[in-house]
Design a protein around this ligand. Structure first.
Ligand code: KIV
Ligand code: ZN
Length: 390
């Protein structure tokens, strides 16, 4: 077992899909699953089979489609859910039942209306049932970060005794902070896992904008599976964004010496595919995949980039899969090519104004090997030229 390998568990098709504006048709889920395999995720959570016929069918179809990734199906800790998940996973080459129950007192009292001992027993029974029906069982303690730690560890220990090999510690409501979450992960590792072959997983929501930071802190503390979604889609403010987690580990491998199976050049194509399927794209300043992620608009930044791209570029667009087509122009391109490329991007200039834009472009193209779409936007923003609608 490689103790420095992080498994990437993608839940775009389950936690992502269940958020407003993100529903997908079956064919679209299959297309996403194919792309996620190409991206190199380890696990694809394809749905919650008991929730609807549509979810059942998508888990079944994704199971039939995937040849490399493990396919996971979500189930509450009730036997109907577990059997339905197992049924949907039948055609998969590697199956995982992901069963969950809340462990925080607030959820027990107001949502489940169950005692701690009842939830403990439900955990035991469901993991035991699931163990006989899938290749592996993951157990999640919903609202783990607001649960009593001793009780949380007791429930996790019961899940491991019954055969769960992945323990997920969700920050369901996006409440925790990086140091606090890291301490919780250390505690679970020490009190529950010890030297057993059990993977600690993290699943962070972004209500305070900390999902990625919390996930990374957890990895440093010993978690070895990160649950995340493409473009960070998910309930409310979303889930940890897969592309941000992966690129943080890649760019800062000096501090995060962990491996994963992701082909980073597939990040941008995957993000684009998802945006074309659901009803919204990413904001322009979204890290890694946003339209402006590699644009340098401030004059001082442009100056730095002109001197040496490393002044302001910590990663290249190519490393995340911004395609050659997006490398729009080079230093030999003429004014006409430049204007028409700007028109494609939705910008139009009066004839005399293109001269200023063009000279800025030539200056940049002279120093910087590749001019990206984002650079063109940066040039316009740095110039004072008024933009007409194209
Ligand atoms: O956020 C959460 O707690 C979940 C669980 C079902 C893992 O999505
Ligand atoms: Zn979630």
């Amino acid at each position: 077992m490689n103790t420095n390998r992080i498994a990437i568990f993608d839940t775009t098709l389950r936690d992502g899909e269940q958020s407003p504006g993100c529903s997908m048709y079956l064919e679209e889920k299959i297309e996403m699953a194919r792309q996620l395999e190409l991206l190199g995720v380890d696990v694809i959570e394809a749905g919650f089979p008991i929730a609807s016929e549509g979810d059942f069918n998508s888990v079944r179809a994704v199971s039939a489609e995937c040849t490399r990734a493990t396919v996971a199906a979500l189930a509450r800790t009730v036997s109907d859910d577990i059997y339905r998940a197992a049924d949907a996973l039948k055609g998969s080459h590697r199956s995982r039942i992901h069963t969950f129950v809340a462990t925080s007192d607030i959820h027990l009292e107001f949502k489940l209306k169950k005692s701690r001992s009842a939830v403990l027993e439900m955990t035991r029974q469901s993991v035991r049932t699931a163990k006989g029906l899938a290749d592996e069982v993951e157990f999640s303690a919903e609202d783990a970060t607001r649960s009593d730690v001793d009780y949380l560890c007791e429930v996790f220990a019961a899940a491991v005794d019954e055969g769960a090999t992945i323990l997920n510690v969700p920050d369901t409501v996006g409440y925790t902070l990086p140091t606090e979450y890291a301490n919780l992960i250390r505690m679970v590792k020490q009190k529950v896992v010890g030297d057993r072959d059990v993977t600690i997983s993290v699943h962070c929501h972004n209500d305070l904008g900390l999902a990625v930071a919390n996930s990374l802190a957890a990895v440093e503390a010993g978690a070895r599976q990160v649950e995340c979604t493409i473009n960070g889609i998910g309930e409310r403010a979303g889930n940890a964004s897969l592309e941000e987690v992966v690129m943080a580990c890649s760019v800062r491998s000096d501090k995060m010496p962990f491996e994963n199976g992701i082909d980073t050049t597939q990040l941008y194509p995957t993000s684009e595919l998802l945006s074309s399927i659901i009803s919204f794209g990413v904001q322009p300043n979204k890290a890694i995949v946003g339209r402006n992620a590699f644009a340098h608009e401030a004059g001082i930044h442009q100056h730095g980039v002109l001197s040496n791209p490393l002044c302001y570029e910590i990663m290249t667009p190519e490393s995340v899969g911004v395609l050659k087509n997006d490398i729009v122009l080079g230093k030999h391109s003429g004014r006409h090519a430049l204007s028409s490329r700007y028109e494609e991007l939705g910008f139009s200039f009066a004839p005399d104004e293109i001269a200023d834009i063009y000279s800025r472009f030539v200056e940049l193209a002279d120093k910087k090997k590749n001019i990206y779409e984002q650079d063109l936007i940066g040039i316009v923003q740095a110039s004072q030229v008024p933009v007409l609608a194209a």
